[in-house]
Design a protein around this ligand. Structure first.
Ligand code: SAH
Length: 384
């Protein structure tokens, strides 16, 4: 059985973009699964196929060398092999082992937390492969356990159950992870995403280059940036709307012997407005909001929201102050992100230097032909 796609769909695959939309599928099997994909001129590769999804075809190989199952497992082994040196150098660290399309494994995420694995399967075509994938992971890496953290909402769209369950071994509720000179607790079962935002790891380490009197970490989660900053600044304020995350931030601060980190449960928009009103000043501010633009339709509203928080943060910074600001929405492209920042700077009447343009960590690979894989923008700016 094969999935037959239109000439337009074939054109996308020829340009090495792995997605084909439902409207470009001419004919396909009735049920989700792994299948060869063919255009009018012949076979183009191997793909996850779900006739019910808007993106019906997600290619994981642009060749047809082996069986779909063997090819998928080959891609998995390759992805893990690319991270092995980093894990050997920091076995108690956190790394992304599989980053979906970026590792030619659409629908699959696998994270490493100090000897424990967390897997997310986001595709009905892949779901029946879970046991096979779990076994292959076990053979590739000496882990203590593997958790399926399959509670992401996108699974419901694929008709899959939302559940969190160990696939093998022992998976504790909390795992302590090292990140440079900082240690933090990750809540594997209940935390956001797979437990932590590993994509910002290298950016958090980068900000250790700065020091000063007072720093502000907005959208702090479990104190991620704040812990690093607390080792470099006299005082740090961590703001988030999640009380559970902030409770861990406080525990993390104590575990690192830090007593200069204050947490505040608040809506970031209201908090920044209030800080502007009372003319507060910070030497460094981190803004790491959730994706405001979940879809293309939200982009205009999201743009305004990003601009609002950046504008307000810029107003809280004196000359020489640093704004480290992120967007993880791939709909807000890098050019739009910098346009938004320059408008915010203009409206705040501030001259701003771009100290560094950064993005997601190396273990979240970007495919040049697949702009959606470059989702995280991170700018380090200095107010002049
Ligand atoms: N900086 C973190 C990741 C932040 S993820 C890290 O490096 O690990 C985004 C965070 O924003 C989440 O912790 C979420 O709880 C919080 N959040 C979402 N909406 C918010 C709002 N309106 N105000 C404050 N916090 C918010």
């Amino acid at each position: 059985m094969k999935v037959l796609i239109s000439a337009r769909g074939a054109g996308r695959l020829m340009a090495r973009h792995p997605w084909v939309y439902k409207s470009d599928v001419v004919e396909g099997p009735p049920a989700p699964g792994l299948y060869p994909v063919a255009g009018p001129k012949g076979t183009l590769g191997l793909a996850l196929y779900n006739p019910a999804s808007e993106i019906s075809v997600r290619v994981f190989s642009f060749e047809e060398l082996g069986s779909p199952e063997e090819t998928l497992l080959h891609n998995l082994r390759q992805a893990i092999a690319r991270r092995k040196a980093a894990i050997a150098a920091e076995p108690e660290g956190a790394f992304r082992l599989v980053h979906a399309e970026g590792d030619l494994l659409p629908g699959l995420v696998l994270d490493y937390y100090a000897g424990h694995g967390v897997l997310q399967v986001g595709s009905a075509a892949l779901e029946p492969m879970t046991a096979l994938l779990a076994k292959a992971i076990r053979n590739e890496l000496p882990l203590q356990g593997l958790l399926a953290k399959n509670n992401q909402k996108s699974r419901a769209l694929e008709g899959l159950p939302l559940e969190v369950r160990p696939l093998w071994g022992r998976v504790p509720e909390r795992v302590e992870v090292r990140e440079g000179p900082v240690r933090y607790q990750v809540d594997l079962w209940e935390g956001q995403k797979t437990g932590a935002y590993i994509d910002q790891r290298d950016n958090r380490l980068r900000l250790r280059a700065f020091q000063g009197n007072i720093a502000l970490d907005v959208f702090s989660y479990h104190g991620s940036f704040a812990l690093h900053l607390a080792q470099r600044f006299e005082q740090v304020v961590a703001v988030d709307s999640s009380a559970a995350a902030l409770k861990r931030a406080e525990e993390n601060a104590r575990a690192n012997g830090l007593d200069n980190l204050v947490t505040l449960e608040a809506n970031a928009f209201e908090f920044l407005r209030a800080e502007e009103k009372r003319r507060a000043r910070y030497d460094l501010i981190v803004l790491d909001p959730p994706a405001f633009a979940k879809g293309k339709r939200d982009l205009e509203r999201a743009y305004a929201a990003y601009k609002e928080i950046n504008l307000r943060a810029l107003k809280l910074l004196p000359r020489g102050g640093i704004l480290a600001t992120a967007s993880c929405s791939h709909h807000l492209t890098e050019p739009l992100f910098y346009q938004m920042l320059s408008e915010a700077a203009a409206d705040a009447h501030k001259s701003v230097r771009v100290v560094e343009r950064r993005g997601q960590g190396w273990d979240h690979p970007v495919l040049l032909n697949v702009p959606e894989t470059h989702y995280l923008k991170f700018a380090i700016l200095e107010v002049l």
